[in-house]
Design a protein around this ligand. Structure first.
Ligand code: NI
Length: 228
């Protein structure tokens, strides 16, 4: 499932983050890539232990924790600390798949995080740059994603994806991974669809007794499928 979550950050938060990111200490992005993806990765990143990355990462995770659509779509168990990247002057990241497990070294001992869900949060507005689409392959074809600043896309960690060359301006984004309570993308999708249907029914028919039954189906499926 590819899920667009709008307005994770408001325009004031985006403006403050951008001001800090425009003055940040950008490094060669290959430091966090594996061997194969390092050969196709051309961009810049903040160091994982850069205090600015930690500060902005905390701000975004706080915002996500108040966003019901993020919870419904990702069913988060662990969130890998946010990384920040910047593409300009023709930089790109060719087709690759993200490492299945990453080690969060911000805690001791380092904590493994299975990358069930990949996430990108945009800090540049689409009109500020040409190219730079996130292209995600799935069985339906290729999704090409370029979102307003402050918006997030979630996509399966299992998917092959790339970032198109940026031919004008700069594309600044945060990217990170979520270990979900539910490992399977297909099961997360079913739970998400059921959750959204229950929310809509609750607005239309708040007193319908069937809502209790449907809600119990949701929670019992989550109990069946989750590992905590
Ligand atoms: Ni990737």
């Amino acid at each position: 499932m590819v899920l667009h979550i709008a307005n994770v950050l408001n325009s004031e938060q985006v403006r403050r983050c951008r001001a800090a990111l425009d003055a940040a200490d950008w490094r060669d992005g290959r430091v966090t890539a594996g061997y194969q993806s390092g050969r196709v990765k051309h961009n810049r990143q903040l160091a994982e232990d850069d205090p600015l990355a930690r500060e902005l990462g905390t701000l975004v995770v706080d915002a996500l924790s108040r966003h019901p659509a993020f919870f419904a779509g990702a069913l988060p168990r662990r969130i890998y600390p946010l990384l920040f990247n910047r593409y300009e002057d023709g930089e790109s990241f060719g087709f690759h798949v993200d490492n299945a497990v990453r080690y969060d070294r911000s805690v001791q001992p380092a904590q493994p995080v299975r990358t069930d869900v990949s996430a990108t949060l945009f800090f540049s507005e689409p009109h500020e740059y040409d190219g730079g689409e996130l292209a995600i392959e799935d069985t339906f074809g290729t999704h090409r994603v370029k979102l307003p600043a402050g918006d997030l896309v979630l996509y399966p960690g299992t998917s092959v994806h790339k970032v198109e060359p940026v031919t004008r301006g700069a594309r600044i984004a945060a990217f990170f991974w979520i270990q979900s309570l539910v490992r399977s993308d297909a099961q997360r999708r079913l739970l998400f669809d059921l959750d959204v249907s229950i929310q809509h029914l609750t607005q239309k028919l708040p007193d319908a007794p069937e809502l209790v039954q449907l809600t119990s189906v949701y929670h019992n499926l989550l109990r069946e499928w989750s590992d905590v």
